[in-house]
Design a protein around this ligand. Sequence first.
Ligand SMILES: *[C@@H]1O[C@H](CO)[C@@H](O)[C@H](O)[C@H]1NC(C)=O
Ligand SMILES: *[C@@H]1O[C@H](CO)[C@@H](O)[C@H](O)[C@H]1NC(C)=O
Ligand SMILES: *[C@@H]1O[C@H](CO)[C@@H](O)[C@H](O)[C@H]1NC(C)=O
Ligand SMILES: *[C@@H]1O[C@H](CO)[C@@H](O)[C@H](O)[C@H]1NC(C)=O
Ligand SMILES: *[C@@H]1O[C@H](CO)[C@@H](O)[C@H](O)[C@H]1NC(C)=O
Length: 332
Amino acid sequence: MSVMHIVLYLFLIVECYCSFFDPAYIYSGIVWNDTDGKSIQSHAAGILIDPNDNSYWWYGESLKTSTLADHGVNCYHSKDLINWINIGEVLGQKQVVIQNQSGPYVIERPKVVWNPLTKLYVMWFHLDSYDYQYRYAGIATSPTPNGKFTFIDAFQPDGVPSLDMNLYEDKRNGVVQGVYFVRSCNNEYVGISKLTDDYLNTTGITSRIGEPREGHAIFYRNNRYYMMTSHLTGWSPNPAELFVTNQDNLQHAEWSSLGNPTNSPTTFNSQSTFVLPYPSRKFPGTFVYIYMGDRWNAPELLNATYIWLPFTFNSDTNVTLEWQDKWDLNDY
Ligand SMILES: *[C@@H]1O[C@H](CO)[C@@H](O)[C@H](O)[C@H]1NC(C)=O
Ligand SMILES: *[C@@H]1O[C@H](CO)[C@@H](O)[C@H](O)[C@H]1NC(C)=O
Ligand SMILES: *[C@@H]1O[C@H](CO)[C@@H](O)[C@H](O)[C@H]1NC(C)=O
Ligand SMILES: *[C@@H]1O[C@H](CO)[C@@H](O)[C@H](O)[C@H]1NC(C)=O
Ligand SMILES: *[C@@H]1O[C@H](CO)[C@@H](O)[C@H](O)[C@H]1NC(C)=O
């Protein structure tokens, strides 16, 4: 082995050691860039954990221009939640074709789950007219997570006008118990319905919160379900409200309020869209629950940024979310 080789090996060892401890900062409220250095446009996000390699697929609304006809669903891919590769548009506005209706439509809050029965990636999204009177949910599918997705259908699930929505994959120890559709029912209450086995329809509302809420994001921790929500004030921020169940059953869950975990009347100028359980680097075997929200007016819709912050569980019912300009995934 030459001196050159030894130097090279030493360099590689130091390099590996350092990159293992590289900070993995998540910033909030500033423009995020993809691996090409372009700003990430993926609003009202939903994260799909890849069923094959546990990488992350981030689906969201395209740049919030005032021209609805340009809108669609964008997708980004990452192995580490930090470096995001732009996949591009996976569903376009013009693909939505509905009998006796004409677009352009509002396409909001896309969420994707993988169906083990049909082996299809199934996307649900809020589909609406420009004036939010249509109140439908749309469905598109793809054999691969990177699309393109094919528009399948749009309807009012369980016959109820549907606005803000999310999907929740109820997975315990790697086994899917069911996928749930949670949405704002006619902006009057929150309704939760289990999906059919093919994930293309709902099976009736079995759990509800009797007041209007938006930005629903369900997660599971320590034998309880939680639901992060916002109030309804259009694009303006408002106090978040976190709900919890007292039972280990989402199908017939009853919810009670834990108040606003942020103590910020504007939820740090953001609205919830998703909560991602992320395997803790510091405490293996546990999870970091990452709040994901949108800062819509930054300073206008066109400049919307992302707010991602880790929840703190002081106890099962004392849950807080603190502001941090940046935080390191290695510290959680
Ligand atoms: C993204 O790029 C912009 C412009 O170069 C920069 O101001 C911003 O800090 C970058 N964002 C992150 C998270 O590094
Ligand atoms: C669409 O319009 C046609 C002609 O007006 C009507 O016959 C048909 O029932 C309508 N279909 C739906 C789904 O509303
Ligand atoms: C969904 O299920 C309802 C109730 O069974 C049924 O009436 C409706 O036709 C189904 N919709 C679709 C799109 O399959
Ligand atoms: C908002 O976004 C537009 C379009 O991308 C850009 O031209 C403008 O500089 C942005 N403004 C701010 C304050 O970031
Ligand atoms: C929640 O936990 C924090 C940190 O331990 C504590 O300061 C606070 O008083 C607790 N709040 C309630 C309502 O118990």
